[in-house]
Write a protein that binds this ligand. Structure first.
Ligand code: 1HN
Length: 328
C-alpha cells in the first residue's frame, strides 16, 4: 500500500484521520452532529425495544404490598393509590417502551378525587365488587373482569360502596403521551364530580361476560377477542400460534394458569414467564410469544391484554413479522 492509499483509506495517524477528528470536534459547539456515525443505531435493522420481559406475581408480591399501601396512605391523600409496574430495564412510567400499567387499590368508603387529563386510561378489574368510577357524570360500577374506559379529558373519580379491597390494573399510553407537550391534568374543585348511576354505560364498560362469550363462541383451542383491546382464550393443554409484531403488550391472567415462551427481538434469546390468576407480565415489541395453557383442572385460561396496536395502526406504524405491508 502506498502512503497515498493509506491516507485515503483512513489508516490511524494519517492526515485524513486527523482532519476527520478535528472536523468532528468542531461540530458540537455549533449544535451539529454527524448522522453517519450513529445511523445504524437510530434506524436499527429490526425493531429494538429497550424494555425487558418482566413478571409481577399477584398473590405472592403485588397484592400484599398494595394492601400495605392501604395502611400507610389513604386514597384521597395519594390522589391515586397505585403501585406502578416498572420495567426493570427502564424507569417509571415505562412498563413497556410505549405502555404504562399499575395496580390501584381503593378501600370501602374511600374517594380517589376527581381529576381529568389528556391521556386516555383503561382499567381491568382484578378483585372486588361495588367499587365505582364516575366518568363524566356517570357512575359506573365495576366487578372482577370488567374493562372500564376513561376517555381523554373526562372528569373521573373512584369510590367504593362495597366490602373488602377493590383492586384493578390501570393501562395508559403514558410513555407516548409524555413525548407530546399536550400531556397534562387538572384537579376538580371538589372531591367528587357530580354523578348519577349510569343506565347506559356500554361506551364506558365492557363486562367480562361479553368478552368471555365472544371467546367461547369461537371454535378451536385458541381465540382472541378484540374489544379494540384483546382478550385471549387458550384451551387447557393447548398453545397459541407464534406471533411477533411491533406493538408491545401488558398481559394479565384473569383465569387459569400457564406459561408464555418469549423469543426476544434479537431472534435468539428465549425467556419463559410462568403465570397464574392475577399475575401481570410485560412483552416488549417484536418479541415472539406463544402462550401455553396448563392442563391442570382441564379448564381454559383467559388472558387480558393492553397493547398499543390501535395507536400504531392509526399512525400507520404497525408491522407483523412476515407481512410485507401493514395488515388492516
Ligand atoms: C390516573 O388518572 C389514574 O384516574 C390511574 O385512576 C393511574 C397514572 C398516570 C396518570 C394518571 C386514575 C394514572 C393516572
Amino acid at each position: 500500500m502506498t502512503s497515498e492509499q493509506a491516507k485515503s483509506n483512513g489508516t490511524p495517524g494519517s492526515s485524513r484521520e486527523e482532519a476527520k477528528a478535528s472536523y468532528l470536534q468542531s461540530l458540537p459547539s455549533k449544535n451539529l452532529a454527524p448522522l453517519w456515525t450513529v445511523m445504524g443505531a437510530m434506524v436499527p435493522p429490526r425493531p429494538a425495544p429497550k424494555a425487558s420481559v418482566a413478571l409481577w406475581k399477584y398473590e405472592e408480591e403485588a397484592r400484599p404490598l398494595l394492601l400495605q399501601a392501604g395502611e400507610v396512605v389513604d386514597a384521597h391523600e395519594a390522589e391515586r393509590r397505585v403501585l406502578m409496574l416498572v420495567n426493570p430495564s427502564l424507569r417509571a412510567p415505562y412498563t413497556t417502551d410505549t405502555l404504562y400499567a399499575g395496580l390501584q387499590l381503593i378501600l370501602p368508603g374511600e374517594t380517589a378525587p376527581a381529576h381529568r387529563h389528556t391521556a386516555f386510561a383503561l382499567r381491568f378489574i382484578v378483585e372486588g365488587e361495588r367499587g365505582f368510577t364516575a366518568v363524566g357524570g356517570k357512575k359506573v360500577f365495576m366487578s372482577r373482569g370488567d374493562v372500564i374506559l376513561t376517555p381523554s379529558w373526562d372528569w373521573h373519580d373512584h369510590g367504593h360502596d362495597g366490602d373488602g379491597p377493590m383492586i384493578w390494573l390501570d393501562g395508559l399510553d403514558l410513555p407516548l403521551y409524555q413525548a407530546f407537550p399536550t400531556n397534562f391534568a387538572e384537579m376538580y374543585s371538589e372531591s367528587r364530580y357530580p354523578s348519577e348511576p349510569s343506565t347506559d354505560d356500554a361506551h364506558l364498560k365492557i363486562p367480562w361476560s361479553k368478552a368471555q362469550s365472544h371467546l367461547d363462541a369461537q371454535p378451536g383451542p385458541h381465540a382472541i377477542y378484540h374489544y379494540t383491546l384483546p382478550a385471549e382464550r387458550i384451551a387447557a393443554g393447548a398453545a397459541s400460534p407464534a406471533v411477533r409484531e411491533s406493538c408491545s403488550f401488558v398481559y394479565h391472567c384473569f383465569e387459569g394458569s400457564g406459561r408464555t415462551r418469549l423469543t426476544l427481538a434479537d431472534g435468539k434469546t428465549t425467556e419463559e414467564v410462568v403465570w397464574k390468576r392475577g399475575d401481570t407480565f410485560a412483552v416488549p415489541a417484536w418479541t415472539e410469544r406463544v402462550h401455553y395453557a396448563s392442563e391442570e383442572g382441564g379448564e381454559a385460561s383467559y388472558l387480558f391484554a393492553v397493547n398499543d396496536l390501535p395507536l400504531l395502526r392509526n399512525l400507520g406504524m404497525y408491522k407483523r413479522e412476515g407481512e410485507e405491508k401493514e395488515s388492516r
